[in-house]
Design a protein around this ligand. Structure first.
Ligand code: NAD
Length: 363
């Protein structure tokens, strides 16, 4: 199969669909890979690195789209990219169609086979191609929180770890899933005083086993939430109710009563956020202050560490790219129900019920 990797064109998007190591893997399976020039430049993968891995470099996205049987990207295709898709071509990338009618309409028109990373499942019902970005965001949330607590950002001037003779910061993590457990690992590593709140008892058991007392693991109720949030120096928002907006666990009154100079990092902001006072921010201007509490609410946190994010994403996507290339999309989708769950649009039809219903389209 001929695989094409265009350069990402969304503002400040430096990730890339395939790293040179993934290209090499595809070449070893007998496929050809065409990469747009400078596709990986922003994160230190040069055209020469791709050539050394066996790829051919093309001067423009249009050349890549014209040649490839399968396009591998990171972000949802932009309008100019959608116009280059053709009937029968495979598109493998994040799509997030539910809130995006113009994209859905264009993908239907293209008659391409559009497989979204975010709806591929695994045998435990998890989302294996979303997990790497949650891992990145969870780990980053502690860095972001550490900075927010610095005086220059409006914080209380507290070092997360403390120093000998000075207490560490109290970090409260709301939600102990992929984001929350990764945040807690970083916070425990820094020797902060860490408490994780979750509503799922199995998750609490797993976290308790993992942290062996180095993080407190608490069942989340209104009472425990009040108690821990009001006492915290840093709160990480990492809850998720699949398919729904994030619950607003922390209300305006909590924020008013938190310690002056405390910080909140709302990782769940991409689902609307779990603090009533949150609104999405950007890497260029990541924080703002409400009632003396510093808020960090960047909706695409992994973009800031594009190199790590790209490699982590490729580690997760590569087996599926190889499967699609080796078997062709029909056999790959028929034989693997989890990859089939990734199918969003095929030959002009939407195959995700919620998306079709949301836009009043046939399903
Ligand atoms: P996850 O499903 O692995 O974990 C969510 C956890 O929240 C679960 O353990 C669940 O039991 C818990 N939870 C749900 N309701 C709760 C409640 N009322 N009280 C306490 N806990 C509750 O999800 P995840 O992968 O960790 O993702 C968390 C959020 O982070 C999602 O909204 C995701 O979209 C977001 N995210 C944001 C970024 C970003 O850049 N901002 C990046 C990656 C993920």
């Amino acid at each position: 199969m001929i695989i094409g990797v265009p350069k990402e064109i969304k503002n400040h998007e430096y990730r890339v669909g395939m790293v040179p190591a993934s290209v090499r893997e595809l070449i070893s399976h007998g496929h050809s890979v065409y990469v747009e020039t400078n596709a990986g430049n922003g994160i230190g993968f040069s055209d020469d690195d791709y050539k050394a891995a066996g790829a051919s470099i093309l001067p423009a996205a249009a050349d890549v789209f014209a040649k490839a049987d399968m396009i591998v990207k990171v972000k949802e295709p932009q309008a100019v990219e959608r116009a280059m898709l053709r009937e029968g071509q495979i598109l493998f990338t994040y799509l997030h169609l539910a809130p995006d009618f113009p994209q859905t309409e264009d993908l239907i028109k293209s008659k391409a086979i559009c497989i979204a990373y975010e709806t591929v499942t695994d045998s435990k019902g998890r989302l294996p191609l979303l997990a790497p970005m949650s891992e990145v965001a969870g780990r980053m949330s502690i860095q972001a929180g550490a900075q927010a607590l610095e005086k220059s950002h409006g914080g209380s001037g507290m070092l997360l770890s403390g120093v000998p003779g000075v207490e560490p910061a109290k970090i409260v993590v709301l939600g102990g899933g992929v984001v929350g457990s990764n945040a807690a690992r970083m916070a425990v590593g820094l020797r902060a005083d860490v408490t994780i709140l979750d509503k799922n008892v199995d998750t609490l058991r797993r976290l308790d086993e993992e942290f062996q007392g180095r993080a407190k693991v608490v069942y989340s109720t209104e009472e425990t939430l009040d108690q821990h949030v009001l006492n915290a120096d840093l709160v990480i928002g990492a809850v998720l109710i699949p398919g729904a907006a994030a619950p607003k666990l922390v209300n305006e009154d909590h924020i008013k009563r938190m310690k002056p100079g405390a910080a909140v990092v709302d990782v769940a902001i991409d689902q609307g956020g779990c603090f009533a006072t949150s609104h999405a921010t950007t890497h260029a201007d990541p924080t703002y202050i409400v009632d003396d509490v510093v808020h960090y609410c960047v909706a695409n946190m992994p973009g800031a560490v594009a190199r790590t994010s790209t490699v982590a994403l490729n580690n997760a996507t590569l087996p599926y790219i190889v499967k699609l290339a080796n078997k062709g999309y029909r056999d790959a989708l028929v034989q693997d129900e989890h990859l089939r769950n990734g199918l969003n649009v095929i030959s002009g039809h939407v195959t995700i019920k919620e998306v079709a219903e949301g836009f009043d389209l046939p399903y």
